[in-house]
Design a protein around this ligand. Structure first.
Ligand code: BES
Ligand code: MN
Ligand code: ZN
Length: 493
């Protein structure tokens, strides 16, 4: 795992070397504490004037300092402080990290007429940790830009104890997001289903109960849809069940289910070559579930949570499944495989049914890089949200706004459900391009019974999404912060 930084909180002290970071609001407003740390308000004022700094949120300006107790001064713009919320503190932290590069950081979190709360300071630190992430393990000639040291960071705040308490959770969150990013960035030759399962099994150290089901056990359960996808690959499938019991034992669990296609060639319905390398990230849903379970366990969340991930590789081969094949799912329902590239829903059909039957969860939320169609509809700024439960959908929407991992709800309806009826089986796995994200969701819905459920189509958001101040990696770990927020705000005792 990529290193997480050494963060400490203190009251307002003088920096000793390194980079001093202070906040500046719109109109060039900064606090007395910032002036004291910088060694005089004129230092800050001169820099604002010389660089014509407009203090827009997330922008920075900097100067070297030759006569101070530190070497570089960085101003970070916070825009209008009264409006700060959602992921703004993450953005401010990420911007500070980028400007400070590899030097030690002494950041003063103080606004002139407003106290920076403990959870805001923790979000600032989280923004730094996530902004510092780089996946560079395969760069043998490491350039300086990619080389991030394990730097010391001191953050000055008004309420040190509150910041420290909130930081325990921020640290757990950073670790979870970084695990998800690492898994998605890792190429498929290194990370097959077996290797992915071994990564998930590492959560055992945090007190998560782990079961790794082998191909034989998956067969015995009758997961014909998941196995159909896997049968063209030389590498066997795995189903991993993770259990975190942080609440009372009789409390019903919440469940998270992830699509874990370690590589999606499309199978016999093979994809075009252009951009196919991105399909190493087709396990972004499963990666988010592992990252989330890490975060919940690391911060000892007071919730009972289940994570289930279906791990397969979708390959063309003499033994691969064909268009027209009919498979029988664990639920007993049959599927005509029209297109072997609509494989994610086949994997999830069995994983969702299994999770529902075995755990009778309070709700199931699945994450999947499921359709190109959702990218056509929503681009890279929102993930698609589908749900049979308005309350759960609203909670998810709110968690999306607060975390910055935004969702937009799309409809489910009988007319769409009819579109996946098959001539030869109970349903077909593909029915053309119209409403492609919706018909995929309708397909999943047939495997969740009456359980409260939501499907997040993260094809456009989990990888190759636009950079932000705190996310500069191809894989951004989408879903971990969103669902941690959902649990924290609604499902803990
Ligand atoms: N993994 C892909 C969806 C995808 C595409 C994710 C681009 C991320 C980026 C999925 O398995 C797939 O191939 N879906 C097909 C479904 C179609 C055959 C019904 C698609 O979207 O074209
Ligand atoms: Mn596919
Ligand atoms: Zn896929």
């Amino acid at each position: 795992m990529s290193k997480v930084l050494n963060v400490k909180f203190s009251g307002f002290t003088k920096p000793e070397g390194g980079t001093a970071v202070v906040l500046v609001a719109k109109g060039g407003v900064f606090s007395d504490e910032a002036a004291a740390v910088a060694g005089g308000s004129d230092k800050i004022q001169q820099l604002i004037d010389a660089s014509e700094f407009n203090a827009k949120l997330g922008t920075t300006t900097e100067t070297i300092v030759i006569d101070g107790s530190y070497k570089k001064l960085v101003l970070v713009g916070v825009g209008k402080p009264e409006k700060l919320g959602n992921d703004d503190w993450l953005r401010i932290g990420g911007a500070a990290m980028a400007a400070a590069k590899n030097s030690e950081i002494h950041a003063t979190l103080c606004l002139s007429d407003q106290v920076v709360a403990g959870d805001e300071a923790a979000d600032f630190a989280l923004g730094m940790m996530l902004g510092n992430y780089a996946f560079n393990k395969y760069k043998t000639q490491k350039d300086t830009e990619n080389k991030k040291k394990n730097v010391n960071i001191n953050i000055c705040v008004a309420d040190v104890a509150a910041a420290e308490t909130a930081f325990v959770e921020a640290q757990a969150t950073a670790e979870g997001v970084i695990i998800a990013r690492d898994l998605v960035n890792e190429p498929a030759n290194i990370l097959g289903p077996v290797e992915f399962a071994a990564e998930a099994a590492k959560l055992e150290k945090l007190g998560v109960k782990i079961e790794v089901l082998t191909e034989k056990e998956i067969k015995k359960l009758g997961m014909g849809a998941l196995l159909g996808v896997s049968q063209g690959s030389a590498r066997p499938p795995r189903l991993v069940v993770m259990e975190w019991n942080g609440a009372k034992s009789k409390e019903k669990p919440v469940a998270f289910v992830g699509k874990g296609v370690v590589f999606d060639t499309g199978g016999i319905s093979i994809k075009p070559a252009l951009g196919m390398e991105d399909m190493k990230g087709d396990m972004g849903g499963a990666a988010a579930v592992v990252g989330l379970m890490h975060t919940l366990a690391a911060r000892k969340a007071k919730v009972n949570a289940i994570g289930v991930i279906g791990l397969v590789e979708n390959m063309p081969d003499g033994n691969a499944q064909r268009p027209g094949d009919i498979v029988t799912t664990m639920s007993g329902q049959t599927i005509e495989v029209i297109n072997t590239d609509a494989e994610g829903r086949l994997v999830l059909a069995d994983a969702l049914h299994y999770t529902n039957e075995r755990f009778k969860p309070r709700f199931m939320i699945n994450l999947a890089t499921l359709t190109g169609a959702v990218m056509v509809a929503l681009g890279t700024q929102h993930a698609g949200l589908f749900s049979n439960d308005d309350e759960l959908a609203d909670q998810l929407y709110d968690a999306g706004q607060l975390s910055g991992e935004k969702l937009w709800r799309l409809p489910l309806a009988k007319v769409y459900d009819k579109m996946i009826d098959s001539k030869f089986a109970d349903m077909k796995n593909s029915c053309g391009r119209l409403g492609g994200a919706i018909t995929a969701a309708q397909f999943l819905k047939r495997f969740v019974g009456d359980t409260s459920w939501a499907h997040l189509d993260i094809a456009g958001t989990a990888m190759d999404a636009p950079d932000s101040e705190y996310s500069k990696s191809w894989a951004n770990g989408f879903g971990v912060r969103l669902l941690d927020r959902l649990v924290r705000d609604n499902y803990e005792d």
